[in-house]
Write a protein that binds this ligand. Structure first.
Ligand SMILES: [Zn+2]
Length: 224
């Protein structure tokens, strides 16, 4: 049965780093996969006119095409300072996105990531997804993002993988989708290098009996 899948992330490329293997699997299964990117990914005064931001969105669309996503849309919240925006505005934008279709699985950030935008995105998603009568079953999965999740505050709310997905057949597409983000990729051993992303997939695979996997933390799950 066709599933409705949402990905809500802060920056262009987070969707691939955190869930590229899963998103490709969903699209191969015929699921409807829609992504919302909340911040511009680059600092700018006028996001709609900024050539670098438009270029980044082109890269994001090329990457989305590799993954076979139904759509990828962009909000223009300020990069690396989403804390300068009232949380309610972010929640409203997430609600607007989720109201447009009935997603049953939502991929997003972990609430303890080093990046402030990731933490705010997580808060907004949790708020927008609070259960109301008739809202239907849903699961919220937090993804791990290289250089943001493993480097979060290690004294409390840690990312603890509780859900592993075999991505043996989609790791290649994940790497190809990430390669579309030419301006975001760094050289090894940077955590955002292709080698590090592949290495993490192999590590998570070794923890779950596959040659490659993605790990998530189940944040909420509401079942019928
Ligand atoms: Zn990010």
């Amino acid at each position: 049965m066709k599933k409705m899948i949402a990905g809500i992330f802060s920056h262009p490329d987070d969707e691939v780093l955190g869930a590229g293997g899963a998103l490709k699997k969903h699209s191969l299964n015929g699921d409807d996969v829609r992504i919302l990117i909340l911040s511009t990914g680059l600092t700018s005064r006028e996001p709609a006119k900024d050539a670098e931001i438009l270029e980044l969105r082109k890269q994001a669309q090329a990457s989305a095409d590799v993954l076979g996503l139904t759509s990828i849309e962009f909000a223009d919240f300020p990069d690396n300072k989403m804390d300068s925006v009232p949380l309610l505005d972010v929640v409203k934008r997430v609600e607007e996105f989720l109201d447009s279709f009935n997603a049953t699985t939502i991929y997003t950030h972990h609430g303890n990531d080093l990046n402030i935008d990731h933490r705010i995105t997580y808060q907004a998603v949790l708020t927008a997804c609070r259960p109301l009568p008739g809202s239907g079953p849903r699961e919220i999965l937090a993804c791990e993002i290289n250089s943001a999740t493993e480097w979060g505050d290690n004294t409390g709310n840690l990312f603890i993988p509780s859900d592993f997905l075999n991505i043996e057949n989609t790791l290649k597409s994940k790497i190809e989708a990430l390669s579309c983000y030419k301006s975001e990729i760094r050289d090894w051993p940077h955590p955002r290098s292709l080698e590090a992303v592949e290495g993490l997939a192999k590590l998570r695979g070794s923890q779950s009996g596959f040659t490659a996997a993605e790990a998530y933390q189940v944040i909420k799950r509401v079942r019928n």
